[in-house]
Ligand binder design. Structure first.
Ligand SMILES: [Zn+2]
Length: 194
């Protein structure tokens, strides 16, 4: 699990949760608010925003929020995995270690293993891996796969336009740039063809 951090507007109000508070720049809370650079501060208190608390129980939400914060960086995927493996120890004022850097883009990391064309029901072309069985489309759709091999479609999370259509005996769901087709033959999840 990623340890969540409490953040609050300097002007007051609810204490929100976020996967990571950057040293500078805006921060996005789990409840979807963007707090501008310099308008917020880390809080030692327990969060009291109901939406943030509810969403903090949903791992895919947290993954999604994490990626929204620093869009598209492969390095962050690795940071996320590292965060899962060890709990970060924050020592305010301590010398800034590599892990504490607010500019992970500058870190040299090994290149990730090649992504296979499909993982069970997911056609991975166009998706980026976002953690254990979690994939993210360019349009911000988060897909979670389950099962021992993480190859079975489990869940789709997207805060945007979703259209579900009957498709013969099955169902077709279009969420953002992702399409999920369900039929007698099974489920297929892929980036929509234009
Ligand atoms: Zn909140």
């Amino acid at each position: 699990m990623i340890r969540l951090e409490s953040v609050r507007r300097k002007s007051g109000g609810r204490i929100h949760l976020t996967p990571r508070i950057p040293r500078s720049g805006p921060v996005t809370t789990l409840c979807g608010q963007a707090l501008g650079d310099g308008t917020y501060a880390e809080s030692d208190s327990v969060a009291d925003c109901a939406n943030c608390i509810r969403r903090s129980r949903d791992q895919s939400r947290i993954s999604s929020a994490f990626f929204e914060q620093e869009e598209g960086s492969e390095l962050l995927r690795l940071s996320l995995e590292q965060a899962r493996q060890r709990k970060p120890e924050r020592k305010p004022g301590a010398a800034a270690g590599k892990q504490e850097s607010s500019r992970p883009m500058l870190r040299v990391m090994p290149s990730p293993p090649p992504v296979p064309e499909s993982v069970g029901e997911l056609v991975t072309d166009g998706f980026k891996p976002a953690g254990q069985g979690v994939w993210r489309s360019p349009g911000g759709v988060v897909v979670r796969m389950s099962g021992p091999k993480r190859d079975r479609f489990a869940e789709l999370v997207y805060e945007g336009s979703v259209v579900a259509t009957r498709d013969g005996a099955g169902l077709r769901v279009r969420a953002g740039d992702v399409e999920v087709r369900s039929s007698d033959e099974g489920v297929e999840v892929r980036i929509r063809r234009r």
